[in-house]
Write a protein that binds this ligand. Structure first.
Ligand SMILES: Nc1nc2c(c(=O)[nH]1)N[C@H]1C(S)=C(S)[C@@H](COP(=O)(O)OP(=O)(O)OC[C@H]3O[C@@H](n4cnc5c(=O)[nH]c(N)nc54)[C@H](O)[C@@H]3O)O[C@H]1N2
Ligand SMILES: Nc1nc2c(c(=O)[nH]1)N[C@H]1C(S)=C(S)[C@@H](COP(=O)(O)OP(=O)(O)OC[C@H]3O[C@@H](n4cnc5c(=O)[nH]c(N)nc54)[C@H](O)[C@@H]3O)O[C@H]1N2
Ligand SMILES: [Mo]
Length: 749
């Protein structure tokens, strides 16, 4: 039973921390402590650690927080460190490891088998095989994508992987980790720069009106009492300095008041956006490089409400389903008043700029050819739009003009042309006194002397002498040397942060700084100093009496958390500190693990008339959805390429031989799939990959919808599978539940 890596777990995770004694999970009602039925949300007060002692923030010279009182640094409540109470003897029932063991006691092979339909023997074999990676010298990695995430508890699926990897000591080691295989090209980059609604660039929380009304409140709440995020004020102030330039001063709190704030009363993620359109709260919609009329859940609803907009702007390569939503089957164009503007965007080969891959490697793409026709790069479209709007505000005034006119947005080269390399300089960071590029984010300050668009990329574009030559920057390095022999390739491109290849690499060595596996050394304490194959992700040295001295090994291996330990038990999760099984929002069976059917926090279900929840009597078949190699997501790009269309011309649905037999369907027959939200036709692909599962004692069928087709492309057309998927989502990420919902199937008439 004790297959976990004990020394790692005891020293690098919160296993020994004591949780509030009033924390509990009630199996009968399937709820953690702190549930508020009226708000349909948890208070996480009882999920917190017990406190051993409180250590105030120190501004003594040499202390990590010494800078916090410097002139120019905004005033904020320097947070005190609440040192958690621990029990290294593991006697206390409230210590995390005991709570964990108790919580998962119910998850026996038999139970998990009933829920998943996987035979107990097979489960055991998989568990045994993988748990072997818990030996100290071994490592195991988990690669995951949408099968884990596209569920109403997708974030908790990811948490479960974290727990397993931490128990097995597989985080921070070569060949370990939990690797999200990112999807869209540069989706890593787009989350880095804060293209999601809840983050600013570099994963700083986007300010919320109720929590962060002032810069003081923001910094007081968001700054950690220990660990690297003690430096958050440096990142925030430097970002404001970049965004508002000379307008941002210590006196006006670096223009923080000009930043638009989110509201706790409004969820600004994509699914509710369509509800707000339906409620006439949104009059105009900017669609930039996405095709929601095809790719969002419950697309039939999405297309209908797009018709309530006054205007919509689509910046894309093609006239997508979204750009032509009024021509969709079943729509009445004569009743739709929405004005649609199409802004032709340049292809990837027609513009330059950086992208980030799943391993956080930043690379630069050069321009191969000029954009065709009137097409422009997204940067140029965005810049022109901004400058035109700012000009109108300056000429005509209007409500709150400062929000626009005080923004620092003039990304040009010395020749006066718009130049994305000027954005790269801003992202890398520079001195506001000399204008010189910073070497890395370690040089950032909170007093207005530095400006930096996104702290995590600091150092990726820092060659001051050749600052207008992208090919002379850290992100364009091309060395294939790999002295570590571990595939780190540290001189190939630039991996954020600080060109570190493996995050939390302190955990690759034991308490004394000796690598668990000498053949996989990332960092090592040689008795007097640290030696490295990778850039250390911990404090290796500090300054003492003006001299740099090494910091001997301690157990602070996870210094991006304030605890500096990894979280087996995670209080910031919205839907519980430990993953618990709930059925999907639409499920063919009863939840047998606890008294609650679906997650208490499934999002957006209050819009019942649009979600139209189905039940398993009417819709007994489980549907999931996925992609094929020959097409790309909403298919805009690939359905306009004849040779790909030739291989994958029409929509199809994968079904099992058993289901085909039950329904009288043959391979290649046209079938109809429907539920309360929509009805689609497609060809049946009968395969042995799909097999009925025995779920809680009942034979249950699953089918696979391939979702790339729709009506708007030049060649491959067909029904839109997302007319069937439910517009409900996860409470942490708001990702839709594309991977599990209910339908019925018949041979098409
Ligand atoms: N050719 C091509 N490549 C692509 C894309 C594309 O459209 N075409 N899309 C890109 C994008 S944006 C992304 S995000 C990635 C996505 O990459 P993947 O996550 O690999 O994409 P999917 O094909 O959606 O689903 C993956 C697998 O999840 C399984 N699955 C379905 N339901 C469940 C479930 O409930 N649980 C589990 N555990 N598994 C389940 C399916 O059988 C499928 O094999 O791919 C990227 N790469
Ligand atoms: N049922 C179901 N639905 C799904 C999924 C699923 O697994 N099942 N997967 C989901 C996932 S993971 C994703 S990522 C979404 C994807 O959903 P979308 O992002 O809506 O789909 P894409 O087809 O990738 O749309 C990208 C658009 O950007 C345009 N484009 C490409 N490059 C550029 C550029 O440089 N500039 C501009 N301006 N435009 C450009 C393309 O022409 C295309 O129209 O779909 C989601 N939908
Ligand atoms: Mo994706």
């Amino acid at each position: 039973k004790k297959l976990y890596q004990k020394e790692y777990v005891m020293n690098y995770t919160n296993a020994t921390f004591l949780i509030d004694p009033s924390y509990k999970f009630d199996v009968a009602d399937g709820l953690f402590s702190g549930w508020d039925e009226k708000e349909k949300a948890y208070s996480n007060k009882t999920w917190m650690y017990q406190t051993e002692k409180v250590i105030p923030w120190s501004t003594e010279p040499g202390a990590p927080g010494a800078w916090a009182d410097n002139p120019g640094v905004p005033k904020f409540n320097h947070p005190a460190l609440k040192v958690p109470k621990k029990d290294a003897s593991l006697q206390d029932p409230n210590c995390v490891l005991n709570l964990l063991a108790k919580h998962y006691d119910r998850y026996t092979l038999q139970k998990v088998s009933e829920v998943t339909g996987i035979k107990p023997e097979l489960l055991e074999e998989v568990y045994k095989t993988y748990a072997a990676s818990g030996a100290p010298e071994k490592s195991g990695t988990i690669l995951y994508a949408l099968g884990q995430t596209q569920h109403s508890y997708g974030s908790q699926n990811c948490r479960a992987m974290c727990i397993i990897q931490l128990l097995l000591g597989n985080v921070g080691v070569a060949g370990g980790g939990i690797n999200a295989l990112r999807g869209e090209p540069n989706v890593q980059g787009s989350t880095d720069v804060g293209a999601t609604m809840d983050y600013a660039p570099g994963y700083l929380a986007w300010p919320i009106q109720q929590n962060h009304p002032t810069l003081d409140a923001y910094l007081s709440k968001e700054t950690y009492a220990d660990g690297y995020y003690m430096n958050k004020p440096k990142f925030m102030v430097s970002m404001l300095k970049e965004w508002y330039g000379d307008n941002a001063t210590a006196e006006n709190n670096y223009c923080y008041d000009l930043l638009p704030k989110r509201s706790l009363k409004h969820n600004d993620s994509t699914i509710p956006t369509f509800h707000y359109m339906a409620e006439n709260q949104i009059k105009g919609y900017l669609v930039w490089g996405m095709n929601p009329a095809h790719s969002e859940p419950n697309t039939k609803y999405c297309r209908e409400v797009l018709g309530k907009l006054d205007w919509m702007i689509v910046a894309d390569w093609f006239a997508t389903e979204t750009a032509t939503f009024w021509k969709a089957p079943g729509m009445k164009p004569e009743e739709i008043q929405t004005t649609v503007y199409m802004l032709p965007a340049a292809l990837i080969y027609e513009k330059e700029g950086s992208i980030a891959n799943s391993g956080r490697w930043l690379q630069w793409r050069q321009k191969a050819v000029e954009p065709a026709g009137q097409a422009k790069s997204d940067f140029e479209i965005m810049s022109r739009l901004f400058h035109r709007i700012a000009q109108l505000y300056r000429q005509e005034g209007g409500v709150n003009p400062d929000q626009i006119t005080k923004v620092n947005w003039d990304y040009r080269n010395p020749q006066g042309q718009l130049d994305i390399k000027a954005v790269a300089h801003a992202i890398n960071g520079y001195s506001t006194k000399t204008g010189k590029l910073l070497k890395g984010y370690g040089e950032l300050t909170a007093d207005g002397d530095t400006a930096c668009g996104m702290w995590i990329y600091g150092g990726y574009f820092n060659n001051e002498n050749e600052k207008w030559d992208a090919m002379a920057q850290p992100c364009t390095r091309r060395s294939l040397a790999d002295p570590s022999g571990l595939g780190l390739y540290s001189e190939f491109s630039f991996s954020w942060p600080a060109n570190r290849r493996i995050l939390y690499n302190r955990a690759s060595a034991d308490m004394n700084g000796k690598p668990w596996n000498p053949n996989k050394m990332l960092v090592e304490w040689d008795g007097s100093r640290w030696i490295n194959n990778d850039v250390g992700d911990f404090v290796e040295t500090r300054v003492e009496d003006g001299k740099v001295v090494p910091v001997p090994p301690n157990n602070k291996a996870f210094f991006m958390t304030w605890e500096q330990d990894a979280r087996l038990f995670s209080y910031p999760m919205k839907d519980g500190p430990l993953p618990e099984h709930y059925e999907p929002y639409e499920s063919p069976t009863k939840n047998v693990m606890n008294g609650r059917q679906d997650s208490p926090m499934v999002q957006f279900t209050k819009w019942k008339e649009s979600v139209k929840r189905g039940n398993s009597e009417e819709f007994p078949i489980v549907a999931t959805s996925y992609s094929v190699c020959e097409h790309w997501q909403s298919g805009t790009q690939t359905r306009n390429i004849p040779w790909l269309v030739e291989i994958m011309p029409r929509p199809f649905v994968e079904i099992s031989e058993e289901l085909a037999k039950e329904k009288g369907i043959k391979n290649g027959d046209e079938i109809r799939v429907w539920n309360n939200r929509g009805s689609i036709k497609a060809f049946a692909m009968v395969t042995v990959r799909y097999q009925p599962l025995e779920i809680n004692g009942k034979k249950t069928h699953t089918i696979g919808l391939i979702h790339h087709w729709s009506w708007a492309s030049a060649y491959a057309t067909g029904d839109t599978m997302n007319d069937l998927s439910p517009n409900v989502g996860d409470p942490n990420s708001y990702i839709p539940e594309y991977k599990a919902f209910l339908v019925n199937v018949e041979k098409a008439k």
